[in-house]
Ligand binder design. Sequence first.
Ligand code: E4P
Length: 219
Amino acid sequence: MKLFIDTANTEEIREAASWGVLSGVTTNPSLIAKEGKEFKSVVKEITEIADASPSNIASISAEVLSDDAEGMIAEAHELVKIHDVITIKVPMTEEGIKAVSILSKEGIKTNVTLIFSPNQALLAARAGASYVSPFVGRMDDIANDGAGLVAEIAEIFEIFGIETEIIAASIRTPKDVTECAKAGADIATIPYAVLKKMFRHPLTDKGIQQFKDDWAKVY
Ligand code: E4P
């Protein structure tokens, strides 16, 4: 499973990209608004960080805000001018799917967001989406099974040889990451705080201290 970071904060992206483990970045309107900067300038800055980092970042999702397919496509055409790694994030609606089917024929990468059922994922895939984003944490929030949804989508895509990649989104904990990997997600898009937690294990910290203490006793 590949690792994306789910943030529009450029400092977080710069640090995580410096580890060399990132394959992509996802943003959404809420994450962009949190930064309080102009949308396209933030996206451009993220592409510059990606280009300068040791990570192999092949996808940066930027979301469109129009309600109709025509508006979404016009926004997409402007966004893809920023960099060729830009992936157009489109909401799971009839108009969104219509936009995806046109953009995919134009060779523009798309990520259908706000997926909460296997049928929504199937519709997005058949429109030619590059990615579908099931929202794991938001499913769990309403006492559903987020990782179970990822597993169902992965099973259907496997049966029919569908190449659309599954991005497990709305990740809240390191355990979500493990569960989504086991469920067959191609990618997990992970908030910075959760990525940091993935490094940690108390026995690793204890072991490092023990090595240092033993060394110091002799040398
Ligand atoms: C990513 O594509 C989504 O925008 C994001 O993961 C949503 O996460 P949230 O449910 O924590 O807002």
